[in-house]
Ligand binder design. Structure first.
Ligand code: FES
Ligand SMILES: [Fe+2]
Length: 402
């Protein structure tokens, strides 16, 4: 028997290509097509239910590739809706504060007021408008659906399918996993990188032994897995995910002993997986690997999840131009109950920030090197199937309508 860990692969890999014309994708004309064919049609996760804890709460969500700001609001009826953040009078930005809870949203320009379900409920100096019908001047909605902790929107006037169809197999496999968490970090970074290059740096683990050799030297790999092959890798119609295997022989560092010695440990400490001790929904550690480290999933086109036993990260890659991406990072972990837990959170946050900085470095280096025009294509291995999947889904959408 081969003792080196081999990957279990699941999905239709025949439609993938290992050679990608990347130079083409750096051109502004190509990016303009991506905006129209991908971002204006895909279901896009734009907000977290964590920010809508009760009725009449709202959050502003920016969708940079579409140059659009949305107000995502939970109405008095509990229903979540997303609207263009534009006042129907003269088009001012309606809500400026990033989030909050109030029964009505009032425009700062001339004082028009809207309910959190989008109805126009107040017009100042109304008698001076000759023919204004308030019923026809509510906020302009976009298609909105809530799935687990995420609010998704779709800008296509006639979406190609429901969110459930878009998520496919993922839809029923993460029940409850993202709830009951504490957000422990949230930051945005403007990166000088093409968005495809940026998201690609998170959907493979091939780089981990090299890019992260100092920050997390032995958390994966070990004798059985020197090349850090993914234990499990699966692609669905639009998305993909893999499980990374932990190194059973990794050494806990003295700092980790202090940071995690008084609370519940987080990455890169991997509690052994057991069905009884740590119930997880079927999408998480899908192969039920007893030596599980963490999962990574790409929810096409913009979101990466990194998922551990008691934590997860959401990473958004929003393009603003062909060579610029706004990366939005959020870390969530179990709710801290003791000072020891809070210390564990603080260490986890700091450690991952360092690892993340290393990844951002690769995005900018790759984009700037490619822009020289020296080479046209990139080559992708089987361990980079999630990247191949990203380009296959992108190309399907780019070709699907003129
Ligand atoms: S633009 Fe909002 S009230 Fe005039
Ligand atoms: Fe990385």
């Amino acid at each position: 028997m081969n003792e080196i860990t081999q990957t279990q692969f699941f999905g239709d890999f025949d439609r993938l290509r290992s050679r990608i014309d990347i130079l083409e994708r750096l051109k502004p004309e190509f990016y303009a097509q991506e905006v129209e064919q991908i971002f204006r049609r895909a279901w896009l996760p734009v907000a977290s239910m964590t920010d809508l804890p009760s009725n009449n709460c709202y959050v502003v969500a920016e969708v940079p590739p579409l140059k659009t700001s949305l107000v995502v609001a939970r109405g008095d009826d509990g229903k979540v809706r997303a609207f263009y953040n534009v006042c129907r009078h003269r088009g001012a930005r309606l809500v400026k504060h990033p989030s909050g809870c109030r029964k009505a949203l009032t425009c700062g320009f001339h004082g028009w007021t809207y309910a959190t379900d989008g109805r126009l409920i107040g017009v100042t100096d109304k008698t001076q408008f000759a023919d204004l019908d308030p019923e026809q001047h509510g906020l302009i909605p976009v298609h909105t659906e809530v799935w687990e902790d995420f609010v998704f929107v779709n800008f296509d006037p006639k979406p190609q399918g429901t969110l459930q169809q878009w998520l496919g197999k993922f839809h029923d496999q993460y029940k409850g996993f993202f709830s009951n968490r504490q957000r422990i970090a949230s930051y945005r970074i403007a990166v000088e990188s093409n968005w495809n290059v940026a998201i690609n740096s998170f959907s493979e683990g091939y780089h981990a032994a090299y890019v992260h050799r100092k920050t997390v030297p032995d958390y994966q790999g070990g004798k059985q897995n020197p090349q850090r092959h993914r234990a499990y890798l699966e692609i669905t119609e639009h998305h993909g995910r893999y499980s990374a295997q932990a190194n059973p022989n990794r050494k806990v560092t003295p700092v980790e002993e202090i940071a995690y010695g008084h609370g519940r440990p987080l990455y890169p400490s991997f509690p052994p997986f057991s069905e009884d001790g740590l119930p997880l929904p079927p999408g998480v550690n899908a192969s039920r690997n007893p030596n599980w480290g963490f999962d990574v999933a790409e929810v096409f086109p913009v979101l990466i999840w990194i998922i551990g036993a008691h934590w997860h990260a959401n990473l958004w890659f929003w393009p603003t131009a062909a060579d610029k991406t706004d990366v939005h990072v959020e870390f969530f972990a179990y709710k801290a109950e003791t000072v020891g837990d809070a210390l564990a959170h603080a260490y986890f946050r700091t450690r991952l920030r360092e690892v993340f900085r290393e990844d951002v470095g690769t995005m900018e280096q790759v984009t700037s090197a490619l822009k020289s025009g020296a080479m046209q294509n990139i080559m992708l291995s089987r361990q980079e199937f999630l990247l191949q999947q990203h380009y296959a889904v992108a190309d399907e959408m780019l070709r699907s309508r003129p």
